[in-house]
Design a protein around this ligand. Structure first.
Ligand code: NAI
Length: 293
C-alpha cells in the first residue's frame, strides 16, 4: 500500500481533537467520516468548526469556497457502517484503554484489510491496543496537538508490532495534511512533547499547591521568562483538566506509584466539573462566546 491509495479517512470521536483533525484532513482534500456515538457531540463539533472557520474567513486566512468544500467532505455520522470503506483511521475517543481496545476490535472487523488504524492517544502506546486486531502491523500512534487546526507538529510512533511500511505511510500522510511529522522509532508512553511538558506541569502545580505563587503568576513567568506562548495552567484549561486527570490515572495504574497520581488541585477541579475552556471554567473563567482558538 502507498500514500496515494489513501482517499478516505475516518476520525473516531468528534470532541476537542477529533473535530479539528477531521477538518484538517478535509481541508487537505480527503473525504472524511467523522464518527461519534453521541449525535449531540457531532452537532457541537459542527458548530464549533463553523465558528473556527468563520473566524479564519474573516481574517482572510481561508476563502469561503475552501471552507464550504471542507465541510462538504466531512460526513458527520453515528452510523458505524460508514467506516466500511475507509483507508486510514484516526481514533480520538476518550482516554480509556478498555474502551479503545473494544473500538479497535470493531474497527478491525469493519474496515478493509489494508486500512491503517492509528490512535491519537496522548499516553497509550499502540502495543496496548494492536493485539485485539488481526493486523497489528497496521496499528500505530499518530498524535496531534491541541488545537489541531493550528498546531503543526504530529508525533508518529512506531510500536514493535508496527511495520516500516505503516510508519512510513503515516509519516507521508501527516505531511500530506500540511503538518510536520516526527517519527519515534520506539514507543514510549507520553512520547516526546508530553514527557517534557509533564515535568513542567508537575513543577507548576507544586509551586501553586504549596502557596509559592498563584496560577496567573506562574503562567506569566513561563510566558515572559521562558518565552512559552501559553502558561501551564492556561494550557491545562485548553487541553481539558479531565484529560490531565485521565493521563495521570493511566500512568498511576501502570506504575502503582503514588507520585504519578493526578495532583490534588486537578482532582478537585474534576470533582467540581471545572474542566477548563470546554466547561467555561478551569483555572481561569471563560466567556464561551469569546472562546478563541
Ligand atoms: P473529548 O472528550 O473532547 O472527545 C471524545 C469524543 O469521543 C466524545 O465526543 C465522545 O462522545 C466520543 N466517544 C467516546 N467513546 C466513543 C466510542 N466508543 N466511539 C466513538 N466515539 C466515542 O476528548 P479529546 O480531548 O478530543 O481526546 C480524545 C483523544 O485524543 C484522547 O485519547 C486524548 O488522549 C487524545 N488527545 C487529546 C488532546 C487534548 O488536548 N485534549 C491532545 C492530544 C491527544
Amino acid at each position: 500500500m502507498q500514500i496515494h491509495n489513501i482517499n478516505k479517512v475516518a476520525v473516531i470521536g468528534s470532541g476537542t481533537m477529533g473535530s479539528q483533525i477531521a477538518m484538517v484532513c478535509a481541508l487537505a482534500g480527503y473525504s472524511v467520516v467523522l464518527y461519534d456515538i453521541e449525535n449531540n457531540n457531532l452537532i457541537k463539533a459542527k458548530e464549533s468548526l463553523q465558528g473556527h472557520m468563520n473566524r479564519r474567513v474573516q481574517k482572510g486566512r481561508l476563502g469561503e469556497k475552501e471552507v464550504n468544500e471542507g465541510f462538504s467532505k466531512i460526513n458527520f455520522t453515528t452510523n458505524f457502517e460508514e467506516l466500511k470503506d475507509v483507508d486510514f483511521v484516526i481514533e480520538a475517543i476518550v482516554e480509556k484503554l478498555e474502551v479503545k481496545r473494544e473500538l479497535f476490535k470493531r474497527l478491525d472487523e469493519i474496515t478493509p484489510k489494508h486500512t491503517i488504524l492509528a490512535t491519537n492517544s496522548s499516553t497509550i502506546v499502540s502495543s496496548k491496543i494492536a493485539d485485539v486486531t488481526n493486523r497489528p502491523e497496521k496499528v500505530c500512534n499518530v498524535h496531534f496537538f491541541n488545537p489541531a487546526l493550528i498546531m503543526e507538529l504530529v508525533e508518529v510512533v512506531s510500536g514493535p508490532h508496527t511495520s516500516e511500511e505503516t510508519a512510513q505511510i503515516a509519516v507521508e500522510f501527516v505531511k500530506d495534511i500540511q503538518k510536520v511529522p516526527v517519527l519515534l522509532k520506539k514507543e514510549i508512553s507520553g512520547f516526546i512533547a508530553n514527557r517534557i511538558l509533564g515535568k513542567l506541569m508537575d513543577e507548576a502545580v507544586f509551586l501553586l499547591e504549596n502557596g509559592y505563587a498563584d496560577h496567573e503568576e506562574i503562567d506569566l513567568v513561563c510566558m515572559k521568562a521562558l518565552k512559552h506562548p501559553i502558561g501551564p495552567f492556561a494550557l491545562m484549561d485548553l487541553t481539558g483538566i479531565d484529560v490531565n486527570y485521565l493521563v495521570r490515572m493511566q500512568r498511576y495504574e501502570e506504575s502503582g506509584n503514588e507520585a504519578d497520581m493526578p495532583a490534588k488541585i486537578v482532582q478537585e477541579k474534576v470533582r467540581k466539573g471545572e474542566l477548563g475552556r470546554k466547561t467555561g471554567k478551569g483555572f481561569y473563567i471563560y466567556d464561551q462566546s469569546n472562546a478563541k482558538v
